[in-house]
Design a protein around this ligand. Sequence first.
Ligand code: FAD
Length: 473
Amino acid sequence: TTRAVWFRRDLRLNDHTALAKAVEHTKDEDSLVLFFHMHPELNNSFTMRHDYYFQTLQDFVSRAGDMGAPVHVIEGEIEESFQAFVKELDVDMVYFNRDETGFGKKRDDHMVEYLDSIDVEVYHYMDHHLHGAEEIKKQNGGHYKVFSPYLKKWKQQQKPGIQRVNHDKLKKAAVDKRSSFKEGEKAYQSLMEKTEADFPGTGEEAAGERFSLFLDGAIYDYDEERDFPAVDGTSLMSRYLRTGAVSIRTLYHRIQDEVNFKKDTSGVETYISELAWRDFYNMIYYYYPESDDKELVEKYRGIPWNNDEDLLEKWKQGQTGFPLIDAAMRQLNETGWMHNRLRMAVASFLTKDLLMDWREGERYFAERLVDYDPASNIGGWQWAASTGTDPVPYFRVFNPVRQSERFDPHGRFIKEWVPELGNVEKKYIHDPSKMPENEQEKAGCMIGEDYPEPVVDHKKMRKRAIEVFKDKT
Ligand code: FAD
């Protein structure tokens, strides 16, 4: 019997449900093959997030190869390449960790049917979340729409255990038939040549090390420090969760095993509830698949969003004249990551201060974020736009200058990402347009030349946004 494990957004060798099960089911005389499918479209849609993903893939492929369980890369249209693969290796069963939402769900549903039609048995598992979309239900069987009662139920439910992979058995059963898939190898190599950004710390080992660092200290202060972008106060796990370099179960159980609960638990509690947000948005997207394109609150469909390419471009490039917003967008453009407080601030700025369609922002994040996750991203954008489930109320518009004063009080984060404001006095750093001319000269930063004037008047736009929403309410 030949079993094949299909890797997608779960690029790791530990605590991996499909891999653990396939190894467990394998008998002495059976063989096991690991594989990855590369769609030809990828070559045409290569973005920063793909760049990051492929660097993780590279790490995974070499790690698995070193262990003696090489990954076979197949390429081409999905049905054809699977058919050829199954035939070549005489595959009887395919194992994978399923996607519950979005494109991944459609692909998985389709492939389950297709594999069945060519007489291949399929085993698929819920692996990406602590609780899948249908696991947390209300008393009456319905799903939650508001986070806090969801969280309460989520906390009560027992968490899944680690899915240990028997590596010795894996090594013994793994086969190397890569020479039969030369086209796949070629496509893989050419994509690898395309990756160019140098992301620090990709892959399974880096994920583990970073989490150890977080558990050693920052987790205890997480509730207090997580809102300050100049502080390294969050776990930075989102990119590893997205590529699957780390399993969510491993994070959860490492917290239970390694945290000193006598020390301080409010930071830890807050951190765990953030992991619940990830499950919550997955659940929402599962029940509302249309939310990738439609406002969840029906009455807010058809808001007259501004359509101004020039302003949108200024927002994207971090040239709005609001230092915190600009610093955040530049951090995203350069690193592929943005701090959560800033995601909320720039999303609020785009949808309320510029009154622009949240879908524009959602799409831009999709291109750039290395941790891009449709469910969390759509959830976050609809939250900020006040159009989602349990969103920020439309009349509570973030003031971008006030946010800056509160969350980057010394302007340290701003100065790191907006170097033209490097010599601006603290007093003016949050709103440099207020600098008198002599101060501008002193700081070597002339407003309108070295750094833009604010592109909008916050007070006016706040009023306008509230009116537009009120009209629809
Ligand atoms: P930590 O603060 O260390 O949190 C730990 C983990 O909890 C994160 O890795 C993440 O998996 C989860 N988490 C934390 N906050 C949230 C949240 N609000 N929603 C869902 N999960 C959360 N997160 C993504 O993973 N992918 C996205 O595409 C994404 N887009 C967003 C868009 C907007 C407009 C907003 C407001 C938020 C978005 N988030 C997204 C949520 C959050 O900003 C990131 O998960 C977080 O900044 C990642 O950094 P971290 O790992 O250091 O987080």
